[in-house]
Design a protein around this ligand. Structure first.
Ligand code: ZN
Ligand code: ZN
Length: 262
């Protein structure tokens, strides 16, 4: 950085520190005022998923966030929490393997992380979306099965839902995406998603089957696709999107999400 650049960066950092001392941010989960840890940035640079969230959460909430770490099911990405040993297939994937080759998510969808996702998706806190987007990138970097993907398809919203919400959460997460090109409009939603809360896996799969279609088959034919969603719950939506992509000739589909229900 040049001399004037360094001075400008120093002035900005000092101004930010003053502002934070005067107006400390509120925790995105519990609402408490807190002072972000000053060393959060270097830790984030080393790829610590929890540290990336440090500007958004107080210390107590940050400690309750659960990054999904090995051992994992290599197929659906579920984490065998608190256990040791190598990665292994989970019971669900052994009984009924999903159509996608693999799925990974950054965090367990619970506690403070769930609050952050709600603030972003339902209350339009776009700054939270930017930070979750960085978590998505970091998870992708640690995801060997996604190494050969050639394009990224966000799980689409139905146009009516997009009008109601005013923004597309998954596309927001991908705004600064540094990986393979993001292709919007390749995969489209032809039926709006009814509320799926409280439904089990089989019922969700039945509801979303046939809800998606590939509008530009030439974009996916013979290619490996990374399908990105904000939250994986039962995997039913990801499975329906994958089936549409495979039917259009995609060579394989890997799934990436910011959070996953366990
Ligand atoms: Zn908190
Ligand atoms: Zn599994």
């Amino acid at each position: 950085m040049s001399g004037p650049g360094l001075i400008r960066a120093g002035v900005l950092a000092a101004a930010r520190a003053c502002l934070q001392a005067l107006f400390p941010p509120r925790c995105g989960a519990c609402g408490a005022f807190f002072h972000p840890r000053p060393h959060a940035r270097p830790a984030a640079a080393q790829g610590d998923l929890r540290a990336i969230l440090a500007p958004l959460l107080c210390g107590a909430c940050l400690r309750r966030v659960v990054p999904l770490e090995p051992p994992l099911c290599p197929r659906c990405g579920v984490s065998f929490r608190g256990r040791s040993g190598p990665d292994r297939l989970c019971g669900d994937c052994r009984r009924e393997p999903p159509p996608f080759a693999a799925a990974r998510a950054a965090f367990a969808y619970e506690g403070p992380l769930r609050e952050l996702v709600h603030a972003f998706k339902y209350r339009g806190r776009l700054r939270v979306g930017r930070v979750l987007g960085r978590c998505l990138e970091e998870t992708w970097r640690r995801y060997p099965e996604a190494a050969g993907v050639e394009l990224v398809c966000p799980v689409p919203l139905h146009p009516r839902r997009l009008r109601e919400r005013g923004f597309h959460p998954v596309e927001q997460l991908l705004r600064r995406w540094p990986g393979p090109p993001v292709r919007r409009g390749v995969l489209i939603r032809i039926r709006p998603g009814p509320s799926q809360t409280g439904l089990d896996r089989a019922a969700r799969r039945a509801r979303v089957a046939g809800a998606f279609r590939v509008a530009q088959a030439e974009a996916v034919r013979g290619r490996r696709v990374l399908l990105v969603d904000d939250v994986l719950t039962t995997g039913a939506t990801a499975a329906a999107c994958t089936e549409a992509l495979l039917a259009a000739g995609a060579d394989g589909v890997a799934v990436l999400a910011a959070a996953r229900a366990l």
